[in-house]
Design a protein around this ligand. Sequence first.
Ligand code: SAM
Length: 287
Amino acid sequence: MTDRQHRVRTTTWPQAIAEAAKRLEASGVHSPRNDAELLAAHVSGLKRARLLIADAPEEERLAEFRSLVELRAQRVPLQHLTGSAAFRYAELAVGPGVFVPRPETELLVDWALARLPEGGTVIDACSGSGAVAHAIATERPDTRVWAIEIDPDAFEWLESNLDGTGAVPVLADAVAPGTLAELDGGVDLVTANPPYVPFEIEVAPEVKFDPSGAVYAAEAGLAVIQPLAVRAARWLKPGGWFAFEHDDTHGKAAPEILRVTGFTDVVDHEDLAGRPRFATGRLGLSP
Ligand SMILES: C[S@@+](CC[C@H](N)C(=O)[O-])C[C@H]1O[C@@H](n2cnc3c(N)ncnc32)[C@H](O)[C@@H]1O
């Protein structure tokens, strides 16, 4: 064994993780230790807690780990490196071509599930990886869920993530009047996390790996939200609910769009950081 091989084989997982966390911290990664541990767990196939007591990794595994850490240091999203994103109780397959689901969207799902009647009908517009549709379909198997996505690349991820859940993926423009028109007037709940970031807003380096059509929208970020509110009002039955995520600059505009479209019980909700994050409303009981 050469000196170099000896040195590599005696690097333990905790040492490799500590070294990686420093590298990630220096490149501005938000949660360096967490990401280093998750990459080590991914490469080793071990649970995070086991890494502390695991045998020193082989040279090949260590090299693989370090090359992933290097990509993460270049701000490639962690989820693109591991190939999956945790969302509520599930791991969804993600990668280039599809938006990585964010934890704040779980709050919208909580809200939506609490209003969903037994056996209800749901449309998740702008479904991306299917995070919201997957959560509703698997956490409430009594309901019927449709998931609409316009981008054919994202749609491939959607189809595979929804496989076996009972939710129906639909490749279409959610704001086009004919999309799922057969459900008009019969839907209990419409959810959406549409593209909503105004073009002029500077985003974190990781966001540049999301498809731009999943992130940005014209008209100060409201170009999809506005027609979607109109479409949602057609899908919903009287008394049905609409919930959509929005940019934190839309704390006033988003609820206003709901009101002018005829929704009642309009509320804007904050995320865990206290920023305006999603708006909800109910279709009036009388036309
Ligand atoms: C912010 S991502 C959200 C994905 C997923 N709902 C989530 O929360 O992780 C927005 C998604 O909406 C899709 N999209 C944009 N405009 C659309 C439209 N008019 N109809 C359907 N999907 C649309 C994008 O391609 C993208 O996948």
